[in-house]
Design a protein around this ligand. Structure first.
Ligand code: ADP
Ligand code: MG
Length: 240
């Protein structure tokens, strides 16, 4: 069963003369464990694609299924529950809550889903540890570097039993070393069976993906599978 399937998805904003066609009949299937990079110029529909895949917005036409479940078959509450449980979303500007520690930021989706705070700390610490942040768990975002904050945002997106990781230019605010580290972490997360869709405008970073799709004016214009992925390097670099 595909982790994510978009079929003939179109999205328009506004009406009449000012109408914008942000997406045109986009087809995209992502399997569990697969990492897809999305590239394209500013305004080409990358963020729209991600927000529709993440059920944050509805398509104007076409269907979206997550883990085999058509989003249109879910109630508003059902979609919200799916976002808390199954879909991790990494925003470009991190969106961490300044008044919560790293661990509290990461456990928040679990607590919102009804898990007791003490119980939620376990999976939150496990996610932080996977991202090399165990020692930073009780620090507040203001006491963390940009790269550390981004890793906390990723930990929050993968905590618990997520099946789908959506990241909108997760390396956009980072230098190239941290950008590379973020892609490595996303890659490793996908190797654990999570499906990933990552927007980036850095071709070097996109080469971490199994597949790259290019958007232009809301249409998929090209798909490539990089000939040589950096997978073979994963075991070689202890810096994480
Ligand atoms: P990208 O992320 O590739 O830069 P977006 O998906 O943000 O592109 O935007 C695609 C197009 O849709 C752009 O023309 C943008 O102005 C328009 N758009 C995006 N969101 C909205 C919105 N909420 N209302 C109106 N137009 C929007
Ligand atoms: Mg965007």
């Amino acid at each position: 069963m595909s982790a994510l399937q978009l079929t003939q998805v179109s999205k328009s904003y506004g009406r009449g003369a000012t109408q914008v066609h942000a997406l045109h009949e986009v087809d995209l299937t992502v399997e569990p464990g697969e990492l897809v990079a999305v590239m394209g110029p500013s305004g080409s529909g990358k963020t729209t694609l991600l927000t529709i895949a993440g059920s944050l917005e509805d398509p104007s036409s076409g269907t979206v299924t997550v883990g085999g479940m058509p989003l249109s078959a879910l109630s508003r509450d059902g979609r919200a529950a799916m976002r808390r449980r199954a879909i991790g979303y990494v925003f470009q500007d991190f969106n961490l809550l300044a008044g919560l520690t790293a661990a509290e930021n990461v456990s928040l989706p679990l607590e919102l889903d009804g898990m007791d705070a003490r119980k939620a700390r376990g999976p939150a610490l496990a996610a932080l540890e996977r991202l090399g942040l165990a020692e930073r768990a009780d620090h507040f975002p203001d006491d963390l570097s940009g790269g550390e904050r981004q890793r906390v945002a990723i930990a929050r997106a993968v905590v618990g039993e997520r099946r789908l990781l959506l990241a909108d230019e997760p390396s956009g605010a980072l230098d190239s070393v941290n950008g590379e580290a973020v892609m490595r972490l996303v890659r490793e997360t996908c190797q654990g069976g999570v499906a990933g869709v990552v927007v980036t405008h850095d071709a070097q970073l996109a080469s971490w993906a199994d597949r790259v799709i290019f958007l232009r004016d809301g249409r998929v214009v090209d798909q490539t599978a990089p000939a040589v992925g950096p997978d073979s390097l994963l075991g070689a670099d202890p810096a994480r």
